[in-house]
Design a protein. Structure first.
Length: 163
């Protein structure tokens, strides 16, 4: 068996989406999501279902992110959609996304294998107006009792500090 098999590049696994309890749920009313990414960090700032509370999700070991469409009304068209989806945070177990990145990397570096790709986790955050998908090592969430703008600026300062 080669390293690729160990990392799951060639396994045929059906992706399975599981809900994560991170202690927070995105607001079901209105759009208030901001994704801040750079080459080393990824943070999502969003309004929560709790009045006057704003959350910041930090995705450690971030590799790639998707932000935007579909909104909550178009979610049934998403290839991983399940009718049980509600606003919240999820993980896609058995996601093909890390394997796709590994395959892309092998085009330029055919002799290199990296256990990094097999370690990455596929996170989903279902919000009212946006779906956020992030490929990262882990996610953590902090709650703030301050304005969205203040949390957004805090997240920006953290991102700038990571450069």
């Amino acid at each position: 068996m080669n390293d690729d098999d160990d990392e799951g590049y060639h396994r045929q696994v059906t992706p399975h989406v599981v809900r994560l309890d991170l202690g927070v749920i995105p607001s079901p009313s209105g759009s208030a999501e901001l994704l801040l990414t750079d080459e080393r960090s990824c943070r999502l700032v969003f309004a929560t279902e709790q009045p006057h509370r704003v959350a910041m999700a930090t995705f450690a070991g971030y590799a790639q992110a998707l932000f935007g469409y579909p909104n909550d009304e178009a979610l049934p068209g998403h290839p991983l959609y399940h009718p049980d989806w509600e606003y919240g945070c999820y993980e896609v177990q058995g996601s093909p996304w890390p394997g796709r990145l590994a395959a892309q990397n092998r085009v330029r570096f055919p002799d290199q294998t990296s256990s990094r790709w097999g370690q990455l986790r596929h996170f989903l955050v279902v919000c009212h107006e946006d779906l956020v998908e992030v490929l990262a090592d882990d996610v953590s969430v902090e709650l703030f009792d301050t304005s969205f703008e203040e949390v957004a600026m805090h997240a920006l300062r953290l991102n700038l500090g990571s450069l």
